[in-house]
Design a protein around this ligand. Structure first.
Ligand SMILES: [Zn+2]
Length: 216
């Protein structure tokens, strides 16, 4: 897929995620690998309304996260989190959302450093998950404006859990990062995670309410 196609697909992600309330108020950022060697990543510029992105609202960065020569726009402060997912997991697209349910769960489970999701049919939407009996772990990292430190924490997590496939992670009171082998795959992973986050959070809330009143 060429660079303008990638931008169009990422613009569509913005429209969908914004309409679902996962990328409101200029939050979030989206990227895709446009060239492998040397690495070049097309990523959203900072501060744009993700529901109204234009193909010019992107900047190309290199493997150090800095804009390549000739670029005048600035990318998100979180660019290195995209670069790390590409470098460490061979992702071809990285997507980041700020949803209500993801934010709530990231806070609720932060002391456990994450939470497990198992037994849901929707898990099969994650690349390589064979059936609903599978389970995955969603790690949670503390939020910080020190992005290199956050990137290091992500890398340390991967190094310390080589047996545990990582499909995405939450940053506490902040949002979700996930990725895929292309934009379609990464977008599907956002949809699957956001669905599951909402189900889990709503279910937790339902266990605290009284049983439905029955007709006599
Ligand atoms: Zn963010």
């Amino acid at each position: 897929m060429n660079d303008s196609n990638l931008r169009e697909r990422l613009v569509e992600c913005g429209q969908l995620f914004h309409s679902r309330g996962w990328s409101v108020g200029t939050s979030s950022n989206y990227s895709a690998v446009r060239r492998e060697d040397p690495l070049e990543i097309t990523i959203t510029v900072s501060g744009k309304d993700k529901g109204k992105l234009d193909v010019s609202d992107f900047v190309v960065v290199g493997q150090d996260g800095s804009p390549v020569q000739g670029e005048s726009q600035k990318s998100s402060a979180e660019t290195m989190l995209h670069v790390k997912a590409v470098q460490r997991l061979n992702a071809k697209s990285v997507l980041h959302t700020h949803s209500v349910w993801g934010t709530l769960l990231s806070d609720f489970f932060h002391e456990e450093d994450g939470f497990e999701i198992s037994g849901y049919e929707m898990l099969k939407g994650l690349e390589g998950i064979p059936d609903h009996q599978s389970s995955i772990w969603v790690p949670i990292f503390e939020n910080t404006q020190d992005i290199p430190a956050l990137a290091d924490e992500f890398e340390n997590y991967l190094a310390n859990h080589p047996d545990r496939k990582c499909y995405g992670y939450l940053i506490r009171r902040h949002g979700l990062y996930t990725w895929g082998k292309d934009v379609f795959s990464a977008r599907r992973h956002i949809e699957v995670f956001e669905f599951l986050f909402e189900v889990i959070a709503r279910r937790m809330m339902m266990t605290n309410i009284p049983s439905p009143i029955r007709l006599a």
